[in-house]
Write a protein that binds this ligand. Structure first.
Ligand code: ADP
Length: 734
């Protein structure tokens, strides 16, 4: 080179303009969703380096370099070319930049899919361009701007405002009217089915979540866990399902009252599909329920009323906690460090016949209390009828309450509740997205409603599959006239939850998480340790606050894994379902299960198996609206499994019976897969392994835990049993 200088001309503005224009074009929309960030690949053509990226018009770079610095790119390179390398790397990678830094003569860089051509000098080595690392890699990496994550917000409904703000903060790309090409993330306001036929990307709802979290299903799922682990699941008030358990409820309460005349419990009746306090009422006697609901009693639950709640300013309040289920398999749960507390608007008194109908005293629902004259809208986070959770916890801490323990109990409650609902969710999931069918992956933000008792024990009231993400509240602007006005408290909490959920779901960060289960407890307000996947923060992320979502599972696997027995039953159930999309086991499939697991013998013949099947399915049919279809659903199968376990292992306690039967079934299946494997290998050595496992029904990696994992769960269970009874009340402090 004659001149000892480097001169780079980058038509940056042109590139930027082209990028702006191109962002919305259909060509760009055709780009594969979730495709990896732009990367450089070396073209075999000595004169070109191809970089994958977004579409735009062409741009050229001319880069002349000092002869001296050719082999050793340094400061000068950085000064002269560095900035432009960063600009270039808007569309390319660090490597492409490096290559350009070593250019010895004119080269062109084609940016794949963009039509952009970058020209410069390069040094060739035979038939391809050599790419060398240099000091500049860090800067180039930092400036490496990937294609923005695309979010379809067309169905976001009331979460739209908070979602828009979040997307803006992340500098992602919103498609408010949807998009013909696929998006990375679909944000649904109601259910998985808000958009049909999504075949890729991620949807913020799980199939079946709404059904699963309805009051009846939720009560059933928790009750199953209460049968196995009564002490661990004592955070859920005693509940009876209506109308089928009315008699039971009535008899039990009568007996309690007869035994002790001073006992006068109160119950809360909740319609199955209800929300926002609709249709809820309190009763003191089972006969009131009959009178109030009539002979055609509606589906719902009647529940023990927690009559001694913790009060602040003499008011009852509850906690709304946001929980992210990031994945079902492996199970990943995050909890928002900040939540809301919703206050009643009439001072609390223990229930009496006189005050039973005072909704502003007994029900904490915002939607009800906002219509009370006493509702206080406040821009401050620690006053008013809706406050942040942290403000309440700090207030309690100031009074000497051990909030670490409260927070730890809340986290234990959340993990245990999720463990209770996951088995059925997996059944819904495999029915909706059977193995082999293209489909999105799912995540979901849930709203946990939790009441603190006077003794500070948290009680689960319910879990909302669609917690309100509105960041405005209703305000009476004139007598009887309500309008939505911005709510700083809601904004503070909800935008954080949505934004950080998106950050965790960023397709560029989707790697198996490397979280270390930890034996010790944790502190409320403790800084969230950066997850491995978030550590590689892009420059945009670096500008964001640290995550407000804290991983609690698999982090606390050790403390809670032993509870996942029903999930193992669900894995057996799913395995024998057979037909894709099925959610119910037919009589033949049930027989196959019994035979395959070798559960029949001379004392328990196949005829008895058929009778058991008919007995249980008949009892379950019609018990919930969606169990009308023929066949055995998961909950009925679990009952059958408990029955089989009790028959087989009479001398053991219930949960040991179930664990023993699970071990036995899993061992049978494993040994048979081995036999099948060996058989198919000898029959056809050419058969690919995937096909063999498919024929054994082991194809869905989402739903069938591999054998080592199952063994681990089983070992956890046994270990826990040995540690009993002290560690029975497993919480995150253990
Ligand atoms: P909804 O879905 O209609 O809001 P919830 O189950 O959340 O139904 O109940 C509404 C409100 O009733 C709760 O916010 C809480 O204040 C009160 N509540 C519900 N269950 C109980 C209970 N078992 N004990 C005391 N209060 C309860």
């Amino acid at each position: 080179m004659g001149d000892d200088y480097v001169k780079v001309r980058v038509q940056l503005e042109q590139m930027k303009d082209a990028e702006k224009e191109g962002a919305d074009t259909e060509e760009q929309q055709q780009q594969l969703p979730g495709s990896s960030p732009p990367h450089a690949s070396v073209s075999p053509d000595p004169s070109s380096v191809t970089i994958a990226g977004s579409d735009a018009s062409s741009t050229s770079i001319t880069c002349k370099q000092r002869g001296k610095s050719r082999g050793k790119p340094g400061k000068d390179d950085k000064n002269s070319c560095g900035k432009h390398l960063q600009d270039l790397s808007l569309h390319g990678s660090a490597h492409a930049g490096k290559n350009l830094n070593r250019l010895g003569h004119e080269r062109t860089l084609h940016i794949r899919g963009t039509g952009k051509i970058l020209q410069g000098k390069s040094e060739t080595n035979g038939n391809y361009v050599s790419i060398h690392p240099s000091k500049n890699i860090q800067e180039v990496k930092l400036a490496n701007k990937r294609r923005p994550v695309t979010v379809d917000t067309a169905k976001a409904k009331t979460s739209l405002e908070a979602l828009k703000i979040s997307i803006k903060q992340l500098k992602w790309k919103e498609f408010p009217l949807g998009r013909r090409a696929a998006c990375d993330i679909y944000w649904h306001g109601v259910s998985f089915h808000d958009n049909e036929n999504i075949v890729s990307g991620q949807v913020n709802k799980f199939p079946g979540m709404i059904e699963m979290l309805r009051k009846i299903n939720m009560s059933r799922a928790v009750r199953t866990m209460q049968e196995l682990f009564p002490e661990e699941y004592d955070f859920y008030p005693r509940s009876w399902i209506l109308p089928e358990e009315y008699q039971q409820f009535s008899t039990q309460i009568r007996m309690v009252k007869e035994n002790d005349a001073t006992v006068n419990p109160t119950f809360i009746v909740k319609p199955d599909g209800g929300s926002q306090g609709d249709g809820i009422y309190l009763i003191r006697d089972p006969s009131d329920l009959k009178i109030m609901a009539g002979s055609q009693a509606k589906q719902g639950v009647v529940q023990e009323y927690i009559h001694k709640p913790l009060l602040i300013d003499k008011l009852k309040f509850d906690i709304r906690l946001y929980v992210l289920i990031k994945s079902l398999e492996p199970l990943e749960i995050y909890i928002a460090k900040e939540g809301l507390t919703r206050f009643c608007t009439e001072p609390y008194q223990e229930p009496s016949q006189k005050n039973l109908s005072h909704v502003f005293m007994h029900l904490t629902n915002y939607s009800l209390n906002v219509h009370s004259g006493n509702f206080v809208h406040s821009d401050s986070q620690n006053t008013g009828s809706k406050r942040t959770l942290s403000s309440v916890l700090y207030r309690l801490a100031a009074k000497g309450v051990d909030i670490k323990k409260v927070w730890s109990d809340i986290i234990a409650l959340v993990i245990k509740t999720v463990i209770a609902v996951v088995p059925e969710l997996k059944v819904y999931y495999q029915a909706e997205i059977p193995p082999g069918k293209p489909g999105p992956t799912c995540f979901q933000i849930l709203g946990f409603d939790i009441l603190l008792m006077k003794n500070l024990k948290p009680v689960l009231l319910e879990v909302n599959s669609n917690p309100s993400m509105r960041i405005e509240h209703e305000q009476e602007v004139a007598p009887g006239v309500y309008e939505y006005v911005p709510s700083p408290v809601d904004k503070e909490v909800k935008v954080g939850v949505i934004r950080d959920t998106l950050r965790l779901m960023d397709p560029a960060h989707r790697k198996p998480s490397v979280s270390q289960p930890r034996a010790a407890g944790f502190e409320h307000g403790e800084e969230i340790p950066l997850e491995a996947e978030i550590q590689e923060r892009s420059p945009d992320e670096a500008a964001l606050p640290s995550l407000c979502l804290k991983q609690v599972y698999p982090k606390y696997t050790k403390q809670f894994n032993y509870l996942r027995l029903v999930e193992r039953i669900a894995a057996l159930f799913i395995r024998f379902l057979g037909v894709k999309g099925n959610m119910r086991l037919g009589p033949t499939a049930f027989r196959t299960f019994i035979r395959t697991c070798k559960l029949s013998n001379s004392n328990f013949t196949m005829a008895s198996v058929d009778i058991l099947y008919i007995d249980i399915t008949r009892r379950w049919s019609g018990s919930t609206p969606d169990s009308r279809e023929a066949g055995m659903g998961l909950q009925a199968f679990v009952e059958a499994f408990f029955h089989l376990a009790a028959r087989r292992f009479k001398s053991l306690q219930m949960r040991e019976q179930v664990a023993a039967l699970l071990d036995l079934c899993e061992a049978q299946l494993e040994s048979q897969s081995g036999v099948e494997d060996r058989r198919s290998v000898s029959c056809s050595r050419a058969l690919p392994r995937a096909n063999k496992t498919q024929s054994l029904g082991l194809t869905n990696p989402q739903l069938n835990s591999p054998a080592p994992l199952r063994r681990a769960a089983s070992q956890d269970y046994r270990l826990h049993q040995r540690l009993k009874p002290r560690s029975l009340r497993a919480n995150v402090e253990n």
